[in-house]
Design a protein around this ligand. Structure first.
Ligand code: SAM
Length: 221
């Protein structure tokens, strides 16, 4: 028995992934008229107007894949995580995986961050619906501001899943709190070359590999 694969979490995840499949059609409408190059530029330009883009995408879930969710759960269980930080909460699917791991580890806190107020409200409601709200604080606002204060002394797991060009600046806010054995999981990190250069550098203090074609998986040495 574990929190992830049993009710009420398992059926809620199933429903939220069905909702996400619907909303992904609206994402296609939002960016469908753009060429591939324009889409890559939109998602990877550090000077791009990401707040405007994510405001237009406020109804669209864009979750991590279920396999990435299970990977998050495994890593957080495996290193006995108590303190987790998530950049990019959206409707809270990834947050549910992380909070389920904390519940099964015996407690702790996920600090999530989300630009869009409506999405932060959806995420809070989803977590409350499955009894995980007490394990999560969702900070509404830009992660560059919300993660610049009031963090735990140590952080065991970090999920990076917000605007890709901000992965490196967000890591800079958190790095001093990571310890040997902390994990960073960065979704679609190919759009963040600065981040990849940082964690893959030979003298970086991290071991980092692209994993399953979806995430960059990094461990603090
Ligand atoms: C790919 S979605 C996250 C999906 C979520 N991790 C999940 O698996 O359900 C990216 C989210 O990051 C949010 N976001 C983007 N840039 C942000 C920033 N600078 N600060 C906080 N949230 C941000 C967007 O509004 C969007 O909801």
């Amino acid at each position: 028995m574990n929190t992830l694969t049993t009710p009420p979490v398992a059926p809620l995840l199933q429903r939220l992934y069905a909702d996400a499949a619907q909303s992904s059609q609206r994402l296609a409408q939002l960016v469908g008229h753009l060429s591939r190059e324009e889409r890559v530029r939109l998602m990877s330009d550090p000077r791009g107007d990401y707040r405007a883009f994510y405001a237009r995408a406020k109804d669209i879930h864009m979750p991590i894949s279920p396999s990435t969710g299970e990977l998050l759960y495994m890593l957080a269980r495996g290193n006995g995580a108590r303190h987790i930080v998530e950049f990019g909460t959206s409707f809270g699917l990834s947050t549910i995986y992380l909070a389920a791991a904390l519940r099964d580890n015996g407690g702790g806190q996920v600090i999530g961050t989300e630009l869009e107020p409506a999405k932060a409200a959806h995420a809070r409601a989803n977590l409350a619906a499955v009894g995980l709200a007490e394990l999560v604080e969702i900070r509404q606002g830009d992660a560059l501001e919300t993660l610049a204060r009031d963090l735990p002394a140590t952080i065991d797991v970090v999920l990076l899943d917000g605007h890709k060009p901000l992965y490196a600046p967000v890591l800079a806010l958190l790095a001093a709190r990571l310890h040997a054995g902390s994990y960073l999981i960065a979704d679609n990190a190919d759009a963040s070359p600065e981040y990849l250069a940082r964690v893959r550098a030979p003298d970086s203090g991290y071991l980092s590999v692209p994993f399953a074609g979806e995430v960059e998986l990094t461990m603090k040495l």
